[in-house]
Ligand binder design. Sequence first.
Ligand SMILES: [Zn+2]
Length: 488
Amino acid sequence: MTAVATEFETVIGLEVHCQLVTKSKMFCGCSADYSGAGPNTHVCPVCLGMPGVLPVINEQAIEFIVMTGLALHCQIAEFSKFDRKNYPYPDLMKGYQISQYDLPVCTGGWLEVEVDGSRRRLGITRVHMEEDTARLLHRTDPSSGEGYSLVDVNRAGTPLMEIVSEPDMRTPAEAREYLVRLRQILRYIGVSDANMEDGNFRCDANISLRPRGVLKFGSKVEVKNMNSFRAVHDALVYEEIRQARVLSEGGVIPQETRGWVDERGETVSQRSKEDANDYRYFPEPDLPPLRFSRDFVEKVRAKLPELPEARKERFLALGLSEHEAATLTEARERADYFEGVVRALDLEQPRAAKLAANWVLGEVARWANAHGGELARFPIAAARLGELIMLVEGGVITAAVGKDVFDQMAESGRGAREIVDAAGLAQIRGGDELAALVRKAIAGNAKAVDDYRAGKESALKFLMGQVMKETKRANPQAVLELLEKELR
Ligand SMILES: [Zn+2]
């Protein structure tokens, strides 16, 4: 690792393939929502690659790629076209894939990452549109022991967007952060589920090393088969060390493709990298070129939601801390929910934001963690949580009772006021019941009473704790005053 840090500079570029959440496939009317469907049930002559059929462009997919380009600060081409990428493989029904070669929809964008407190802008070379391939399932016949493969065409022809970065990353940590930010943006704008574990967000990484101070890039290795952000990070760390060792011993790194083997924590050579010309790209004759008017691009821009960075800045301006603003804006649903709660609070802005943040990052996050981390299934509407917060804030119930009411609301679906009224949970600030509890605490804790009379203030807090243990409904200030009165 030290050799990497002192002798060499690491250069990383990422290629991300991401499935778009359109209703139908890229070039036919088949439903793209095939998860859970039986094999080869979402197919038609077009996505099966039958001769004599014609593809038709999915307009929603085109709008999604333009949205993505705008969110990533790209130029949207005025003129773009599809090309055929030819290669024989059993997952490719037509023997070629419709993709984009020299005129992609989006070029020249960037996104910002922050690693160890320093911000860097990482370039995005291009975003282009293509179609996904079929899925191969490799099996072994139990009787003969021979291997065979099954083809499921459901995935073939679903819209796939490829996002290619510049070789701008210098550490595996930066590469991981790039993926985290990219996924966040794609989910915010709603174009993809961007879930690496489910395979609808896949990443290949190019990595090379060069002696420090040298501008020319070293020969690059492409790493594949990484199924999580952690795997991408670990594979890049492994390659960094491996390449540094080979180079410091005077060896050369051949340009090749390597696969990450997660169980062994290492990369293995798969094949030498083919050149782009091997694909014999040529313009797709069955599809018209794409022309994007300024007007169309501006219409799409108007549909973009507020992006995570801007939203975070706005939350900071509400008086939230860096950590609160960053955590609340991680996912759009969480930020939306938080803002719903703020709107439901009849309080001044900074106070409302702080209270809503406390509840959303506290109790609501606790509930979500206990239920698979999903806020989508959280049963308390933002406005109803607002009602509960106002009951606590207005002194109707104590903070401790508020948490119990929260749990009951999540469980029963009833409103805060209804639960409080039905169970008589309102705070007690005086009366016989509280007076009795105070006298009981004094009678049962002679030592604390003596300490208090001897001038030890903390003894009063202890006695107060004894009362509060008996009932969560007691108003702390009222308990304190009653104790002082009784002890005098
Ligand atoms: Zn089809």
